[in-house]
Design a protein around this ligand. Structure first.
Ligand SMILES: Cc1ncc(COP(=O)(O)O)c(C=O)c1O
Length: 503
């Protein structure tokens, strides 16, 4: 099925054009006429065809196209830094086109994009289906939909998300928003209201929740809340630690953590509104827990009337199941859920019991037509592809990624000293789950990891880092459009970058 065909099916699901119900008893609205117009179809086909033709010219990483472009790029970088108030982390200013995992910058250089906007562009750059969905969404009468006035595509997106979520959970409703932090803000409000006057939150060590005032307090990173008054009461639990669990034995380790949680509940009786679970930690270092560990803690929450809130903003869609709660078979426990990044529209979902009273969730914008159309298409393509399970495309890519890291470590053992001595953690070279991939050169030392990420960028591959010590290099590649044959090409850039950083 072509990407365009898949988009058309996404945008027409529900029996209309995705921009509002417009058919009935043979009578058509003007909107329905517009959105099914053959002239529009032709125009979109022409634009998508042109994008495809230009995109096909991008075939591999390369440096700037010529010295004049390099100079104008540097000027643009200066202007961007001036606007922002600080220099950009990477010299990244896109030219507006790419081809799958490859992206062209304003100086004509081309990079392998193995981070995809922290996983946002999961279908890569200049994807024809996404372009078509975006064009159809942009054709609506408003750029942004609002809580008060929205076209039906907002609810079609929600219906699709619910249909997928309900395969393995009791989630019943969706409220969309424009960022992950806002989705989380809405989630914490839902939990507070349901369990009022309980005001405390339980969270895992190393969790990340976004940058709003509340989320930067719950997120376990001191550097992200410098100068922010602390108004939210948070109790931290250890995230699953495989080394400790191995040393103590799984059962004793889990019992110890359950007793840790019980102590909080006894110390502050009936004061906890929720426990926020990030089942596969993103910013915290692509740490992966186990079903037994999470289940034991969720059982305590259920017994004590504490909401189980699952933040899958980073992990959604890219582990070995569409939802991480499916991967761990924990869907029945989830009361409140957040999704974002690759869905283009972020959302808070909740069960019937957690449906809040009127007035709690609202806002001028819920997101734009292009986002709802592309978001619906993302869900559609995730549903229809052969991505999930141990033999799925994502698991296969993950194995290939690990093979590349191990081959590199064999060739250059000096770049991969043990992390276990310094940090008391497993000395795994490569880790993560599905499309969340991390590897740990230079003993996980922060300065070296940052240097390596920058050197890799210069050498043609964009990666980022994660973790709080040890630090890791992380990839969130656009797996659905990434050809497995390209792993060696990407790792050739990684190798050159590490060689530079090792100097
Ligand atoms: C787990 C998690 N929650 C929340 C957020 C915040 O999302 P946003 O940056 O869209 O506000 C992120 C972003 O990285 C995240 O990884």
């Amino acid at each position: 099925m072509s990407a365009i065909a898949s988009n058309t099916s996404a945008s027409t699901s529900g029996g209309n054009n995705g921009n509002g119900a417009g058919h009935g008893a043979g009578v058509r609205t003007v909107g329905s006429e517009l959105h099914s117009s053959a002239v529009v179809d032709q125009a979109i086909k022409a634009i998508v065809g042109e994008v495809k033709a230009k995109s096909a010219k991008i075939t591999g990483e390369r440096g700037p196209l010529d010295p004049a472009l390099k100079v104008s790029f540097e000027e643009a970088m200066k202007r961007a830094a001036e606007v922002r108030g600080r220099g950009l982390l990477y010299p990244y200013l896109g030219s507006g086109i790419g081809n799958g995992a490859l992206v062209e910058l304003m100086d004509g250089s081309v990079k392998w994009d193995m981070i995809a906007g922290i996983g946002v562009h999961f279908f890569g750059h200049s994807d024809p289906g996404m372009i078509e969905a975006g064009l159809r969404g942009a054709m609506g009468d408003t750029v942004n939909h609002g809580n008060l006035q929205a076209n039906f595509e907002v609810y079609q997106f929600g219906e699709k998300l619910l249909k997928l979520a309900q395969r393995k959970s009791k989630l019943a409703h969706v409220y969309p928003s424009t960022s992950g932090a806002m989705a989380n803000e809405n989630a914490v409000k839902v939990c507070y209201q349901k369990h009022a006057p309980a005001s405390r939150v339980i969270a895992f060590k190393d969790c990340f929740m976004g940058r709003s005032v509340t989320m930067s307090q719950i997120g376990d990173a001191a550097a992200y809340r410098v100068g922010i008054p602390l108004s939210t009461q948070v109790d931290y639990m250890p995230f699953y630690d495989p080394v400790m669990a191995e040393r103590m034995g799984q059962k004793r380790y889990i019992d110890m953590c359950v007793s840790h949680l019980t102590q909080y509940i006894e110390r502050y009786p009936k004061q906890h509104a929720c426990f926020i679970f990030e089942l596969v930690q993103g910013e915290g270092g692509f740490n992966v827990g186990t079903r037994d560990y999470f289940k034991a803690l969720m059982d305590v929450c259920k017994a004590n009337n504490i909401a189980v809130w699952d933040d899958e903003i980073q992990s959604f869609g890219r582990t070995e199941q569409m939802f991480a709660y499916e991967h761990f078979d924990l869907g029945d426990y989830v009361d409140v859920f957040c999704v974002g990044k690759m869905t283009q529209v972020c959302a808070t979902m909740f069960t019937k019991e957690y449906n809040p009273g009127p007035g709690l969730l609202s806002g001028t914008f819920v997101s734009g037509g292009a986002q709802f159309q592309t978001g619906t298409q993302v869900l559609d393509r995730l549903e229809k592809g052969n991505w999930y399970g141990g033999e799925g495309v994502f698991a296969k890519h993950h194995r290939l990624f690990r093979e590349q890291v191990h081959a590199l470590a064999k060739k250059y053992p000096q770049w991969f000293p043990s992390v276990s001595e310094k940090y008391g953690q497993l000395g795994e070279l490569a880790n993560g789950l599905g499309g969340m991939m991390r590897f740990t050169p230079f003993g996980g030392e922060k300065a070296k990891i940052e240097k390596a990420a920058k050197a890799m960028f210069e050498e043609g591959v964009i990666v980022f880092y994660c973790g709080h010590g040890p630090y890791h290099l992380r990839m969130l590649p656009p797996l659905p459009v990434f050809d497995e044959k390209d792993w060696p090409r990407v790792f050739a850039c990684v190798e050159r970058g590490l060689a530079k950083a090792a100097q």
